[in-house]
Write a protein that binds this ligand. Structure first.
Ligand SMILES: NC(=O)c1ccc[n+]([C@@H]2O[C@H](COP(=O)([O-])OP(=O)(O)OC[C@H]3O[C@@H](n4cnc5c(N)ncnc54)[C@H](O)[C@@H]3O)[C@@H](O)[C@H]2O)c1
Length: 339
């Protein structure tokens, strides 16, 4: 019997990556599928040649299969119910972002994981990129000095169709958690307050607000500025955003595609109007598996070592607070204190 007996809940598009990971690891067995739409589960089972039972609910599936881990790749509105049922069934949980559809529900899930002493980690695959880890290392090593001003620009124009086109705040709710989580990861600080202006630009094909500007004050005293749009045709940024991290000694840049670099002040004994700078490409010796596989590697390593994963629910709630704080600020037109 494999060490990890996984019940996979939600047989949609994201589940393909999760099942692919499981099938490539001999200590993980997929022992059952859960989906409210049986046709989705059957099609998924056929596609991946899984000879496992299909259930409508985690509770029933966990007891019938003696699963000890649940993968949750259902839609955000179902995450709360899947998490609570997983903990009640004595299963550890690895789940897609976002933790839940509201901050209150997400906080309840953290409390439920703690009360049941269960492992609960959240997919934040955009932390698992070698370049972002190299950028973070340089910033933690104080190469550009104390971080003071961090900016992320996210300008893309995906024509998804489907549920995102009808959402009230598609950019902030569906995408920005990745960028907000990356900001915390890069500078190693947590949010203290947010002011957000959300809007739907002229020509947008989304019903809800597809663009936003947010100003976060962070716990290390720095300011994180997010500018994003999901209906910005032309000159797109990468999905990882374009980053500018300004410190007391210099500035680091990462476009999300190429290796990051930084410029620091060239020492001089003269009094000058504008300094000259030395530019250094940041080496990327980091060699983790990237994306979902990297995040799942960390989750399973943490579970086997009996420690919290990097993206444990107690950490992820801070990225969730950034999302829901930004929405509250936009609705009220005022700065919101977080934490
Ligand atoms: N990390 C990433 O980069 C990334 C990218 C895309 C989507 N996601 C996240 O992955 C999750 C799934 O997204 P998707 O695009 O695969 O969605 P999807 O709509 O393709 O699939 C969701 C599946 O869940 C099932 N489902 C819905 N409610 C359920 C319930 N109560 N119980 C059991 N099954 C239920 C649906 O029938 C469907 O088969 C979402 O939370 C989304 O935000 C993450």
């Amino acid at each position: 019997m494999a060490r990890y007996r996984v019940l996979l809940a939600g047989c949609g598009s994201m589940a393909n990556t999760w099942v692919d990971y499981a099938l490539k690891h001999s200590d993980i067995d997929i022992v059952g599928l859960v989906d409210i739409n049986e046709a989705n589960a059957k099609a998924f089972s056929n596609e991946h040649q899984l000879k496992v039972p299909i259930f409508r609910e985690v509770k029933e599936g966990a007891s019938a299969t003696e699963a000890n881990v649940v993968f949750d790749t259902t839609i955000p509105d179902a995450h709360k119910e899947i998490a609570i049922s997983s903990f009640e069934a004595g299963c550890d949980l690895m789940a897609e972002k976002p933790m839940a559809s509201s901050i209150e529900d997400a906080r309840q899930l953290v409390a439920a994981a703690e009360a049941s002493n269960r492992f609960y980690a959240v997919m934040q695959n955009r932390r698992y990129i070698n370049q972002i880890r190299a950028l973070r290392r340089v910033i933690r090593d104080d190469v550009i000095g104390k971080t003071s001003f961090v900016s992320a620009d996210f300008f893309m124009a995906p024509h998804f169709g489907g549920f995102r086109d009808a959402m009230e705040s598609p950019l902030i709710l569906d995408m920005a958690i990745h960028t907000f989580d990356q900001a915390r990861f890069i500078i190693g600080a947590d949010p203290v307050s947010v002011y957000c202006h959300e809007f739907n630009p002229e020509g947008s094909w989304y019903k809800g607000n597809a663009a936003a500007i947010c100003i976060f004050e962070m716990s290390d005293g720095s300011v994180f500025n997010y500018r994003g749009s999901w209906c910005a045709e032309g000159v797109p940024t990468s999905w990882e955003s374009t980053w500018r991290v300004n410190g007391t000694k210099g500035t680091a840049i990462w476009d999300g595609v190429h290796s990051p670099f930084y410029e620091t002040v060239k020492p001089t004994s003269e009094k000058v109007f504008l300094n000259e700078f030395t530019r250094e490409q940041i080496e990327v010796p980091e060699k983790i598996r990237e994306g979902h596989f990297g995040c799942l590697d960390e989750m399973f390593t943490a579970l086997s070592e009996g420690r919290q994963a990097e993206t444990d629910c107690r950490d992820n709630i801070k990225s969730m607070e950034m999302v829901f704080g930004a929405l509250e600020s936009a609705a009220k037109g005022e700065k919101i204190l977080l934490g």
